[in-house]
Ligand binder design. Structure first.
Ligand code: ATP
Length: 210
């Protein structure tokens, strides 16, 4: 299968509405490649990252089921940037490998990569043809995550502080979906963008075959 020429990177802060918007594209038949799901699979039972994590961090970080102990690892890397880097050095290349393999299998006209920390990553920004940011105010983000995950305001803010700011994301955006609108309006925006992406992917294919 040949590499797709046109790809979209869909991103947004925690609770911004990425999954909601991504699912609307999936309803239109677009192939989604979700890097969070890939990371989860890699650290699940029999996941491709398990052996390397066991060697680097010790068997204590692997549960009886053979999956990484996520809660323990989260606590371990929290506030320890060097340890976080060590984990990322194992996971990031594997995520990238799996992502590219999934992109090769994709049969759609274009593919959307769902990448929560896309704006924070130079290599991801270079990999995609267009950056689509799902945007909402920080207050809405906090409210949504508090009610969905039962977290405190402080816990949500602590996660948001590890992510790019709203301004940084908006600066990196080629396209923006305002996720404060109601779902029917967002679905219309998604349709419009889908039409635009179909045109851009056709143009990109024509350019490479000329
Ligand atoms: P995370 O980064 O935590 O994975 P996310 O960016 O994928 O989150 P979603 O899971 O899509 O965000 O949305 C977060 C919450 O906000 C969900 O409970 C979702 O139902 C709700 N939500 C998203 N968009 C809207 C909207 N336009 N109107 C009302 N609620 C919304």
């Amino acid at each position: 299968m040949k590499d797709q020429v046109f790809t979209v990177g869909l991103t947004g802060g925690i609770g911004s509405g990425k999954t909601t918007v991504a699912n609307m594209f999936a309803d239109l038949g677009v192939t989604l490649i979700d890097t969070d799901l890939i990371a989860h699979a890699l650290t699940n039972t029999n996941g491709a990252a398990i052996e390397a994590i066991k060697n680097a961090f010790g068997a204590d970080f692997i549960q009886f089921s053979g999956a990484m102990d996520r809660a323990k690892m989260r606590l371990h890397v929290f506030g320890q940037p060097e340890e976080k880097k060590r984990l990322e050095a194992i996971l990031h290349p594997l995520i990238r490998e799996e992502t590219e393999a999934a992109a090769k299998r994709s049969t759609g006209i274009y593919t959307i990569f769902v990448v929560p920390l896309l704006v924070e990553s130079k290599s991801w920004k270079q990999r995609v043809s267009r950056v689509l940011v799902v945007d909402c105010s920080e207050q809405i983000q906090i409210q949504r995550v508090m009610s969905r995950n039962g977290m405190t305001r402080e816990q949500v803010l602590a996660i948001m502080q590890t992510q790019a700011s709203r301004d940084e994301r908006l600066k990196a955006a080629d396209d923006i979906i305002d996720s404060e609108r109601d779902l029917a309006e967002i679905r219309q925006d998604v349709r419009r963008l889908h039409d635009k992406y179909l045109q851009l992917s056709k143009a990109a294919q024509t350019n490479t075959t000329q």
